[in-house]
Write a protein that binds this ligand. Structure first.
Ligand code: HEM
Length: 574
């Protein structure tokens, strides 16, 4: 039997039990309450799998189990939902879902019009932040097709993730599900659930999250970075400015994932970039943009009416899948060829093939989704990091000093052992993703009811945890809107363990637990290496006309193009 309660509900229950509650229901005296922390069924990936070992904040990623209070159990209160396993005391303390605060809406349309007027499609992070400030750390709202309860307290995020079970389930946009059904083409990990997901995920964990695998790719990642630097030296104008750094980052991240998946260069960093890669970039962006629109206009209706947004969504999905598959089939042919010749192959795709557990079609599906998942995430994270550091010369000097002390020369290949020592570089990326979480909401459906802040959230309710708002919350972070990488280094020494825990759960850009991002270790390696190599070589200044805003198309992307000036450091300084 599992006890599902939040710490807040617990304390509410604890005060309520004595006297008043006991008079109401004789069951309630001396109930067993558990925080859930430290429950034997609270499963976590081993630290090595969640990437905790290499994290600058490894003290954050493995919080110590909380105290479990055992008080004699009296059984489940008949008032509760049969699947809500809470202490009898809580059964009265917990209020029904319907009482969770919600914004006032109009009959039938609810808050739809207000949400659209507030720019919910491209600025949903601001709209939801506004609701948080208005309604508090738990509220519920129906936004088009999304009917969810929103959470903003890191302690509640922890409670939800503690209870996500063996097969955590996240939200898949309805438009994507319809597309999958229409094309009758099953997709990769992100779309799977249950045991089917777990069996595939275990294999992918071994190939991407195991500490031993990523070091095999570091030399190739280094090469892509050297090529990017050469390219920037070639293309920067007389004023040393590179335009559209976000597009450059996209091309680089495709090049990187290409070498890791297939041990093959894609040509995205050459002067004649393949035309279809540009089309791929565009279609991925359109998928995210149209999907956002299709959360406000029911996709089934948009499909039925043949609305332009639906047509655009379909064509972008099809184009991106066709291009990804074209690359993957060509690469697979080469991989198989090399394997047949007995040549050593060292890439993720051949390792999946070597597993012999999956047929060719499944290999294509798994790799296509890795390819698509990697492209827009790493590139946007890096674009934001460069935007932030380009406005802070002190942060650049700190990076430079750290990297110079660890890496013997500018042309030396950076290894994962070197990266492990780069605490400041890691803190810069952690801080970037706190301010600009590429994935602005973490979503879960739980198998059982859960009590949060004294309210019952029924099983299978969509729970959305606001990473953007939590990352910028003054309750958790001092001067929350300032870019201060040092906060992650200081935190270990100066913060109370409870505050550290809150800071950890408020900033989990890759999510946490068994369904965390499978590409985390690879993404961090790529980003830390790029940052280290770039700052070792250049001083970077922001050359744009004004601040860059967020354009939220499911992921946190820059709205305006990012222009940067690159000045080579003197050779003697490097
Ligand atoms: C800065 C870079 C990245 C960020 C911030 C990021 C973030 C995330 C997040 C938040 C999730 C959802 C986890 C959940 O539902 O709880 C996720 C899932 C996923 N990511 Fe990433 N990601 C990044 C890079 C990558 C890369 C490089 C790859 C590919 C190698 C990748 C592949 C995936 C896949 C396949 C999933 C679905 C996993 C599953 O459902 O089991 N991601 N990512």
């Amino acid at each position: 039997m599992v006890n599902i309660v939040s710490r807040q509900a617990l304390s509410a229950a604890a005060t309520a039990t004595n006297g008043f509650v006991a008079r109401l229901c004789p069951h309630l005296a001396g109930a067993m309450v558990s925080t859930g922390h430290g429950d034997p069924d609270s499963r976590r990936l081993p630290a090595s799998f969640s990437g905790a070992a290499s994290s600058p904040d490894s003290s954050f990623t493995t919080p110590a189990p909380d105290v479990v209070r055992n008080i004699p159990r009296h059984g489940v209160c008949p008032m509760s939902n049969p699947k809500t396993i809470v202490s009898p005391a809580l059964a009265t303390a917990v209020r029904p879902y319907e009482e969770i605060p919600q914004p006032r809406g109009w009959p039938i349309v609810g808050t739809w019009i207000e949400a659209i007027c507030n720019g919910v499609v491209t600025r949903i992070h601001e709209y939801i932040d506004m609701r948080y400030r208005q309604l508090g750390p738990i509220y519920r709202e129906k936004l088009g097709k999304i009917d969810a309860v929103f959470l903003f307290d890191p302690k509640d995020v922890e409670s939800v993730l503690q209870k996500e079970g063996k097969h955590p389930r996240h939200m898949i946009p309805e438009a994507w599900i319809i597309h999958r059904e229409m094309t009758k083409k099953p997709r990769g990990l992100f779309f799977m659930d249950g045991e089917h997901w777990l069996s595939r995920r275990r294999v992918m964990n071994q190939l991407l999250l195991h500490p031993k695998t990523v070091p095999q790719f570091t030399e190739r990642i280094n090469e892509t970075i050297d090529d990017l630097i050469d390219r920037w030296i070639r293309i920067k104008g007389p004023d040393s400015v590179v335009d559209k750094v976000e597009v450059e980052m996209f091309n680089w991240s495709i090049e990187c994932i290409g070498t890791v998946l297939f041990d093959q260069r894609m040509g995205c960093l050459s002067d004649q970039r393949p035309a279809d890669i540009q089309e791929f970039v565009h279609s991925i962006q359109e998928i995210f943009r149209t999907t956002m629109v299709l959360t406000m206009i029911p996709p089934k209706m948009a499909k039925f009416l043949g609305l332009p947004v639906w047509k655009k969504f379909l064509s972008s999905m099809d184009t991106s899948m066709q291009i990804a598959r074209k690359y993957i089939y060509t690469s697979l042919d080469r991989v198989i060829d090399r394997m047949e010749k007995g040549e050593t192959v060292n890439d993720v795709c051949s390792s999946i093939l070597a597993h012999k557990q999956f047929d060719m079609d499944e290999v294509v599906r798994l790799t296509t989704d890795l390819f698509a998942g990697a492209a827009d995430t790493v590139s946007n994270a890096m674009a934001w990091a460069l935007y932030l550091i380009s406005q802070d010369s002190q942060v650049q000097e700190n990076i430079f000093n750290e990297v110079s002390a660890i890496v013997p020369g500018p042309d030396v290949v950076i290894t994962t052992d070197m990266l492990k020592q780069m605490h400041y570089v890691k803190a810069v990326m952690k801080e970037t993703l706190r301010l600009y979480p590429v994935v602005p909401f973490h979503t879960r459906y739980l198998e059982d009811d859960i009590a949060i802040k004294g309210y019952n959230i029924p099983a299978n309710t969509l729970i959305m945890m606001g990473a953007y708002s939590m990352g910028r919350d003054e309750k958790t972070f001092e001067e929350p809107n300032k870019f201060i990488p040092e906060r992650w280094l200081r935190a270990r020494e100066t913060m109370h363990p409870d505050e550290r825990r809150d800071a950890h759960y408020a900033a989990i850009p890759f999510a946490f637990g068994p369904r965390c991002c499978v590409g985390r270790r690879l993404a961090e390696t790529e980003m830390h290496m790029l940052l280290a190599k770039l700052i070792r070589r250049f001083k970077i200044e922001y050359a744009g006309d004004g601040p860059v805003d967020i354009d939220l198309r499911m992921i946190t992307a820059p709205k305006q193009s990012i222009k940067l000036k690159f000045t080579e450091r003197l050779v003697s300084a490097m």
